[in-house]
Design a protein around this ligand. Structure first.
Ligand code: SF4
Length: 428
């Protein structure tokens, strides 16, 4: 369960740059990208709900009802993991709020939220408490966290589970004799084959305390600082996988049109007069050039007005060549017979885009951007991908060759694929 989904209050979690309360979701969001967190929690920009979130919400509701009552209301996805669930019963803590004394805090800020499932059935005998979070995902093999990640607060899954574990540690009266925590992600696959899998990390209480003190507390201090930023551009951006995760960052356009170091990178990219197409989706429409309206030939009016006089030879209208609006990409293959315009090489487009991104980042080659560059630490990939998505090549047929040998080509082809109507890949 995403804790913020059931936050007990709708009051803002950040007021006038001061964080009032936190959730493990916020920690995860900030870890993923501090600037995206700033947009969502400090500026409180709305985020669209995705279809995947809807599936997750329904699945969670079914599991909650089943585990509390034993009544089988599980849909197809949740049912695939029924064998991995504990026997329903009133002793299970389902949708457990992060309440109790003392509250869970970091940097003096209290946490709110809910835990999907807390199972204390092994507590009295072995000192073990199991904490489970249900995860609905399109592909378990690709998206599931590892055991190591669940135990590491430097990762998003670890932040979440160690946050829940840290709450449990503070509930001494509720969980007496707690020695070890089993942190479990229970995955339900929502596409293709019906599958479920449990990933579980066992950690001693000392480990939880250490992770909280050495990783979470410093992160919250950074969040406090970021919350006070006057502009999004003053908050670090994490260009890279975070920008495309979960269907793409909803703040991408805003992120790219600010005025910071990274913004100026974008500005440099976008404000070039030779880049009219590279505009963020929410950029204002350019003011159209005003011209005198052309007097078109009108069909003969029905009554009083005489038909306009024609002089000279009647105009013949040349039939327009039908133009295709499709974008077609041939990756590592060449069409030998193909209706439509000749396929052009994508190389020129890639070189051009690379040159502009490199220029904007103040480097000769983005792949060698140093740690002092906004493109450093591999962030050039995210920047290049965004530049490609913002400046698609015009409709037509394109050939991308040597993709396996060129990282630049790889990044751009991956970025372009979702926007192309047809993608044909060659196989060896
Ligand atoms: S576009 Fe990327 S860098 Fe910008 S806020 Fe979103 S995730 Fe962060």
């Amino acid at each position: 369960m995403t804790p913020s989904c059931k936050a007990p209050t709708n009051s803002p979690s950040v007021v006038a740059g001061v964080i009032q309360r936190l959730s493990v979701s916020q920690l995860k969001r900030h870890k993923q990208c501090p600037r995206a967190w700033y947009f969502a929690k400090v500026l409180r920009l709305p985020e669209p709900t995705t279809g995947a979130q809807q599936v997750g919400t329904e699945g969670h509701a079914q599991l909650e009802h089943f585990l509390s009552t034993g009544e089988d209301v599980l849909g197809a996805f949740a049912k695939s993991g029924a064998h991995l669930l504990p026997t329903p019963g009133a002793d299970l803590l389902v949708e457990q709020p992060l309440d109790g004394e003392p509250p869970l805090t970091a940097g003096g800020i209290p946490f709110t939220g809910f835990i999907d499932l807390v199972d204390a059935r092994q507590l009295a005998s072995d000192g073990v408490l199991r904490i489970t979070d249900h995860k609905f995902t399109s592909n378990i093999a690709r998206n599931a966290a590892t055991r190591e990640q669940l135990a590491d607060a430097d990762t998003e899954p670890g932040l979440q589970m160690l946050g829940y574990a840290a709450w449990a540690l503070r509930q001494v009266e509720r969980f007496p004799g707690l020695r070890e925590l089993e942190l479990e992600h229970l995955y339900y696959q929502t596409r293709g084959q019906r599958l479920a899998a449990s990933v579980l990390a066992s950690v001693p209480v000392e480990h939880v305390e250490r992770e909280w003190r050495t990783k979470v507390e410093p992160q919250v201090e950074a969040m406090k600082e970021h919350a006070q930023a006057a502009r999004a551009s003053d908050v670090p951006a994490n260009f890279g996988p975070a920008c495309t995760k979960y269907g793409g960052c909803p703040f991408m356009a805003k992120c790219l049109t600010g005025g910071s170091k990274t913004m100026s990178l974008r500005d440099k990219l976008l404000n070039k007069s030779d880049l009219p197409a590279v505009l963020p989706p929410d950029a204002p429409e350019p003011t159209p050039v005003q011209v005198a309206p052309e007097v078109a030939e009108q069909p003969a009016p029905e009554a009083e007005q005489p038909a306009p006089k024609r002089r000279g030879r009647p105009k013949t209208t040349k039939p327009e060549q039908p133009k295709s609006d499709l974008r077609v990409l041939f990756v590592d293959c060449i069409p030998t017979k193909h209706d439509g315009p000749r396929a052009e090489s994508l190389t020129e487009y890639v070189d051009d885009l690379h040159r502009k991104v490199a220029e904007a980042g103040g480097v000769d080659d983005v792949r060698f951007a140093g740690s002092d560059s906004p493109l450093g630490f591999g962030k050039w990939r995210g920047a290049l991908a965004m530049a490609a998505r913002a400046a698609l090549p015009p409709p037509g047929n394109y050939v991308a060759l040597g993709v396996g040998q060129s990282e630049l080509m790889q990044v751009i082809v991956e970025a372009l694929e979702p926007s192309f109507d047809v993608v044909v890949r060659g196989t060896r």
